[in-house]
Write a new protein. Structure first.
Length: 181
């Protein structure tokens, strides 16, 4: 089966499930406390409520997010999500007087980007269409075990910013998820 995407992160078949990921430039650990995680959480909730974004699994860690999502406008939502969260991250870093991090984000911004002073997210969101149940379960396991692989927790369900506990216990809803299993 052909995967319906092209290298510029445009998706041809938006009605499918997608594994998406995005990383902060240079792997800078921005999400260091609840205030920064709330930027991502609140933005995802906004798209769930206002745009019908379905989230099947997620993990948010210090410098990236991984999601399994579906919507008829995944590309537009992800573009808007990253733009909005970048502005909020910059604002929060300014409030917290994290000037060295802001400087790094200014220094890595490509010259051709003239509408902003900073580059927060790496370009794109690497959409991967979920083409089978086996792939879906592999991606869910990958997402849920990421905090364990990063030595952040011993058990996947112990990471607060993940859907692992949702799947294991049917509770702990920081974000509403659409359960697969």
């Amino acid at each position: 089966m052909e995967i319906n995407m092209i290298s510029t992160n445009k998706i041809y078949n938006e009605s499918r499930l997608f594994f998406v990921t995005s990383t902060i430039v240079n792997g800078i650990p921005v999400f260091v406390n609840e205030d920064y995680y709330k930027i991502l959480i609140n933005a995802l909730k906004f798209y769930q409520i206002n745009n019908g974004l379905l989230i099947y699994a997620y993990v948010l860690i210090e410098n990236q997010f991984n999601l399994i999502i579906s919507n008829e406008n995944v590309s537009k939502i992800m573009q808007s999500f990253k733009k909005y969260t970048a502005k909020e991250i910059i604002s929060r870093l300014q409030e917290d007087k994290k000037y060295s991090i802001l400087k790094e984000f200014r220094d890595v911004k490509p010259d051709y980007k003239i509408t902003s002073l900073h580059q927060i997210w790496q370009e794109g969101f690497n959409p991967e269409e979920i083409i089978s149940l086996k792939m879906l379960y592999q991606k869910i396991e990958y997402i849920h075990n990421k905090p364990v692989r990063k030595n952040l927790v011993f058990n996947p369900e112990d990471w607060e910013y993940s859907s692992a506990a949702n799947y294991l216990f049917g509770s702990k809803e920081i974000l509403k998820i659409t359960r697969i299993m």
